[in-house]
Design a protein around this ligand. Structure first.
Ligand code: NAD
Ligand code: ZN
Ligand code: ZN
Length: 354
């Protein structure tokens, strides 16, 4: 099968032929129809984080497709089922976190496209218990970004614990942020969108943001404190240290700063203000399978629509370049050329570019 493979950090991915993985007990093989390109994949290919993936690596954790092979001891899936393979590739299923609805904190988890091979390929192996089915009316291309960008921001908003009618801020209107704005509106919040690119603020407005601010023109936290008295929850998806500081200062007393973006730097916070203002700073990592089902349902009901452009797998290095330069509006979704011996399928839908 064809796959995009990282052989060395910070080097171009190679498009190459690799063996189709063998299906073991409890596993399924998924023929990938579409896979969103998350900024996390870029961090993986650059080796940005303290815990590095083993190379060679096939990235990709927004892969969706069709189940084409089923291993032993899998009883709840059928050939032809439409599923996605999220970042939470598997968890141990029996630790304190798995048992209390916090499986994304499991120490024994595997992560698609990081600790195990992901979906930048024609096929991807998956643990049957951790794939999540697509709603019937959601096209592959539109569904793919929900498997990370969607579920992550939906969960982060839940973690933010704002009430309907409250103000929330979304820092970074990229792949994650453009769906965050829509989940926030669907959940009844007033939204301030923050990004350093005016085109992204324009997109945020089209997607329902009530106010926008470009921190290159004015300190965004000062703007937010002045205009709306601070936000109850500030969701920071920006890959930028200064953005985290502004997201923190944009929060009102008793509010929460929810850290989602993963720049490899430290976040500095003033102790005095944190104490006196009773502000919480909390990390939020993707979402559980249940969060994912819920976030997909918003998309199935048309309340959240991913803005996607498609690209062939072979364009991945150019896509990474554009992602790093902040040139992408919404999400790029890779679509595969089908291998010649593959069963007939519905081709991925055409893109809806913003
Ligand atoms: P992206 O590149 O599509 O979006 C990032 C956005 O931040 C861009 O629009 C960029 O213009 C904007 N930005 C940059 N500097 C800014 C600043 N100073 N102020 C405001 N906005 C600024 O990336 P993405 O795919 O949305 O991912 C974002 C980050 O979230 C990455 O670090 C990724 O690894 C991380 N992530 C975390 C989780 C999680 O579970 N916590 C899940 C997925 C991704
Ligand atoms: Zn991701
Ligand atoms: Zn566990």
């Amino acid at each position: 099968m064809k796959a995009a493979v990282v052989h060395e950090f910070k080097q171009e991915l190679k498009i190459e032929e690799v063996p189709v993985p063998e299906v073991g007990s409890g596993q399924v093989l998924v023929q990938i129809k579409a896979c969103g390109v998350c900024h996390t994949d870029l961090h993986a290919a650059h080796g940005d984080w303290p815990v590095k993936p083993n190379l060679p690596l096939i990235p990709g954790h927004e892969g969706v497709g069709e189940v084409v092979e089923i291993g032993e001891n899998v009883n709840h899936l059928r050939i032809g089922d439409r599923v996605g393979i999220p970042w939470l590739y598997s968890a141990c299923g029996h630790c304190e976190y798995c048992l209390t609805g916090r499986e994304t904190l499991c120490h024994g988890q595997q992560n698609a496209g990081y600790s195990v091979d992901g979906s930048y390929a024609d096929f991807c192996l998956a643990e049957a218990n951790y794939v999540v089915k697509l709603p019937d009316n959601l096209e592959y291309v539109d569904a793919a970004p929900i498997f990370c960008a969607g579920v992550t921001t939906y969960k982060a908003l839940k973690v933010g614990e704002a009430k309907p009618g409250d103000w929330v801020a979304i820092y970074g209107i990229g792949g994650l942020g453009h769906v965050a704005v829509q989940y926030a509106k669907a959940m009844g919040y007033n939204v301030v969108a923050v990004d350093t690119f005016d085109e992204k603020l324009q997109l945020a407005t089209e997607l329902g943001a009530d106010k926008v601010i470009n921190p290159l023109t004015e300190d965004s936290a000062e703007f937010i404190q002045r205009e709306v008295g601070g936000v109850q929850a500030s969701i920071c998806t920006a890959v930028s240290k200064p953005a985290f500081s502004e997201a923190y200062r944009a929060v009102k007393r008793g509010g929460k700063c929810v850290a989602v973006g993963l720049p490899p730097e430290m976040m500095e916070v003033p102790i005095f203000d944190t104490v006196l203002n009773g502000v919480s700073i909390v990390g939020s990592i993707v979402g559980t399978r249940k969060d994912l089902q819920e976030s997909l349902q918003f998309a199935a009901e048309g309340k959240v629509k991913t803005i996607v452009d498609t690209a062939p797998l072979s364009d991945i290095n150019k896509v990474f370049e554009d992602l790093e330069a902040g040139k992408i509006n919404g999400r790029i979704v890779l679509v595969n050329d089908l291998p010649s011996d593959a069963p007939a399928t519905d081709k991925a839908s055409t893109s809806t570019s913003a």
